[in-house]
Design a protein around this ligand. Structure first.
Ligand SMILES: [Zn+2]
Length: 74
């Protein structure tokens, strides 16, 4: 029955296309959008640049980590 085989092949092709589309939409780079929209600030201790929303601010200065904010240079 060649007609039935063709139908199965078409259904498999549709399933593969649907799966690829689903996979592509889920692996969208969200990190890139987050970093490009945010303002970059510099850590007052080590000079590392990081997004403002990820930085720790204290008395008008920005820090990359809690230990740097607390004054530890290591
Ligand atoms: Zn730092």
């Amino acid at each position: 029955m060649p007609g039935r085989t063709l139908l199965i092949l078409v259904l498999i092709a549709i399933a593969i296309l649907a799966f690829r589309r689903l996979k592509r939409s889920s692996s969208r780079p969200q990190v890139k959008n987050k970093t490009t929209t945010g303002r970059m600030v510099q850590c007052a201790v080590c000079g590392l640049y990081l997004p403002e929303q990820e930085a720790l601010s204290h008395q008008g200065r920005y820090y990359c980590s809690q230990s740097h904010r607390d004054g530890h240079t290591s």
